[in-house]
Design a protein around this ligand. Structure first.
Ligand code: GAL
Length: 421
């Protein structure tokens, strides 16, 4: 009798739609702005959507295409200014501080405390996620930016080794050209130019002066000899890319390395997400190596979601659940396997990760002790968006002007930074 009563109750609950309502009490909607639209990126963010839906919440996707996120940031500003921000937006580094300073972001300390974020996150990651000591954003991953990706079959065929210095790069590049291969796949967009330039500058300046230039914005270092050398090498590298480079998306450049039209690409490890989505294996199909001369450094780029102040109570609950989910071990594993990055938690089982990710993790840990862990300028980690924009302009103009002079460029860089500070 009891069982019948119970099953009847279940049936009536189900038919009244109450069962799902009780199971997902306080289900809400999360609108999430991001720029993850390439193959590997879309696969990664889909994991978060699925997990939120499993918890009963509705995911409203707000994807704005454009690597590096410039377009996404423009759209976000319009939405926020009109008083209708999304629940969460992919915002990074100094931009988090800028948004928090304007009073847009909500406080996540409660969920952070419950999840012991201070205990599980590396210091540098926790610091990036906080504003005046309070969590206002959730870190998703750590990307290493100073990576060189190479098609192994193409290199072997041309009898070329992965270059460990820019001189070696030029020698290898000449051989590859002779073999009819584009030595370097590059997308001619300001953020990609900056990504390549900062890797070269990291080598010529060394870790300490890299920080002096891109974090402290020291005028003498910005205009100094080592910066001139960086611009000189940068100019020479231009001779090893193809003429269709202007405007090319980064993932199109990666696909050129995957299919063998090009041999190498300088790009953060989101490029690995593309290799993985194409079922390519590191070590056999492709190689990941630090960009020439930077194996003792790790240029970091931490992706985060900043959380906006919203009014609806159920949506606030969904927001808190999103924050919690992002730092769960399950999400950290699947997401980062797809994305090419390493987890933000240091207490993860890394057994499913490939050699590139294991190398990145080892380097992240080692460089955080040696001073080689440096913030990426190109990805908004080292300075404000204003200074970053000023640097982008000088770097891109120089790269696209065959007559530009390296010495003048370094002086312009210093001047532009001073004006933007
Ligand atoms: C970066 C972002 C990466 C990757 C890349 C290309 O700014 O941090 O996660 O998505 O842009 O879109």
């Amino acid at each position: 009798m009891k069982t019948i009563k119970k099953s009847l109750l279940t049936v009536s609950l189900l038919s009244a739609g109450l069962f799902s309502a009780t199971q997902f009490a306080n289900a809400g909607e999360v609108e999430v702005l991001h720029w993850w639209t390439s193959g590997g990126e879309a696969k990664s963010v889909a994991v978060l959507k699925e997990m939120m839906e499993k918890e009963g919440h509705t995911w409203k996707d707000f994807a704005v295409a454009g690597g590096g996120g410039e377009s996404a940031m423009t759209v976000l500003k319009t939405r926020a200014v009109s008083g209708n921000p999304p629940a969460a937006a992919q915002i990074k580094g100094h931009n988090i501080q800028e948004w928090a300073d304007l009073g847009f972001l909500t406080n996540l300390d409660e969920v952070a405390k419950a999840g012991n974020w201070d205990g599980i996150l590396p210091q540098v990651v926790a610091d990036t996620s906080k504003y005046q000591g309070h969590y206002v954003s959730v870190p998703v991953n750590v990307h290493r930016v100073n990576w060189l990706w190479a098609n192994k079959v193409v290199l072997d065929k041309a009898g070329v080794k992965v270059p460990t210095s820019w001189d070696e790069f030029f020698t290898a590049g000449d051989k590859l050209k002779a073999a009819g291969v584009i030595p370097l796949a590059h997308g001619g967009q300001p953020w990609q130019d900056a990504t390549l330039f900062e890797a070269i500058a990291l080598e010529t300046l060394g870790n300490a002066d890299y920080n002096k230039a891109f974090v402290d914005l020291d005028q003498a270092t910005l205009s100094g000899d080592k910066m001139v050398e960086a611009f000189t090498i940068f100019k020479k590298v231009h001779g090893y890319i193809d003429s269709n480079s202007p405007g090319r998306d980064w993932n199109v450049a990666t696909s050129m390395v995957i299919n063998g039209t090009a041999a190498m690409q300088v790009m953060g490890d989101w490029a690995k997400g593309e290799f993985s989505a194409a079922n390519k294996q590191p070590g056999t199909d492709y190689v990941c190596a630090p960009t020439p001369g930077t194996d003792d450094a790790f240029t970091f780029n931490i992706d985060s979601f900043a959380f906006f102040k919203i009014k609806d109570k159920d949506n606030q609950k969904a927001q808190q659940d999103l924050a919690k989910t992002i730092l769960s071990k399950d999400f950290q594993e699947v997401f980062n396997l797809n994305k090419g990055s390493i987890p933000v938690r240091l207490d993860m089982d890394m057994s499913k990760f490939d050699q590139c990710a294991l190398d990145a993790m080892a380097s992240f840990k080692a460089t955080s002790k040696t001073g080689g862990l440096v913030p990426s300028m190109a990805h908004g980690m080292s300075t404000t968006s204003y200074v970053q924009g000023a640097m982008y302009d000088v770097i891109t103009n120089f790269f696209n002007d065959a007559d530009a002079d390296p010495k003048q460029a370094a002086q312009q860089l210093a001047k532009a930074v001073k004006a933007a500070e």
